[in-house]
Design a protein around this ligand. Sequence first.
Ligand SMILES: [Zn+2]
Length: 364
Amino acid sequence: MTKKECSLHFLPAGQGDCFVIQFQDNSLNYHNILIDGGNRKALEFKKQKKQLLKIIEHGKKGRFDLVVVTHSDDDHIKGILNLVADDEIESYVDEYWFNSEKTIAKLIGKPFKKTQKYPVNKHLKGAVKSSRQQDYDLYSILENNKKWNQKVITDAVVADVNGLKINVLSPSIDKLQSLNNYWPTQSLKKGAIESSGKCEFDYDLSIEELKMKLPYFEQDESKVNGGSIAFLIEYHDFKWLFLSDSHPDIIVENLRKLLPVGGSQLKLDVIKLSHHGSKKNTSDDLLGLIESQNFVVSANANKIHCHPHKEALVRVLDHVGIEKTNFFFVNKNKDIERIFAKSPSIKTHYPNSKEEGVIFIYEY
Ligand SMILES: [Zn+2]
């Protein structure tokens, strides 16, 4: 019998997410799902585009059956805004999933009551556009595109993409409700926010020191992150968890429903840690529900977010054990490398190629 293959590509995308799942159907035809576009600027997007076209071999290895915009933060949506503006790569897309402010408001039944009028400013340079502004930009571009049916994706959705099953775990209606209340409080006036926050790396703290912090878990309160589309993918015998920047409480609630009869853990091949390895998005409850050895960390340790937090990685080690844990870092730099520099027994993996990122290839 002819062997089939599938692969996961975690592309370097600055501090953000940009992933491709490539798989074959029963007739051996290739299919691809793109999850987010990272926050690459126009010039960097050219490299990203090249990489995406290389993965699908300009159509010889299928099209993008589905493009998922998990949420509207810059580090996920910006690359998609570049993609939809690029006729060549956009022509390979068949369908979009995107929960915009407008479609969420419509679903919840409160259309735009408190919503400001949106000024679209397409010529903004320098500053980071607000998530709300980018949400509206993408809405405006996709509004008349038949590839987007405007359906809001919630945790009630189970989808089949040519034999690949997507169990959506987030967002719940509650999370969307919170997001819908939050959006109108965000200014669109200048169309931009300056990234002013500073953070501190916890990389110089030892594993033992960080273990003392583990009992004090505080969940991420970002409404935009809480609206993230996150899912479990089942394909052939493989299970992959793509968590975007989701909140762990809703993932736990929905994963419990998917546990095997009589079982207390779900066996997974790969987990993309939520929110770039932030300490507020990976809880003990979540780790208690899963059995896996491979954890992908999509972060570049920049000085605005300081992601990943070593504390989150230590929480993973605490559950899974040093022997069994593999961390796959999508970016390699001095700060990422110093996280476990003093703990050589911890298995850390980096991309073979700077442009290709982390790749998992399966043959079966
Ligand atoms: Zn993010």
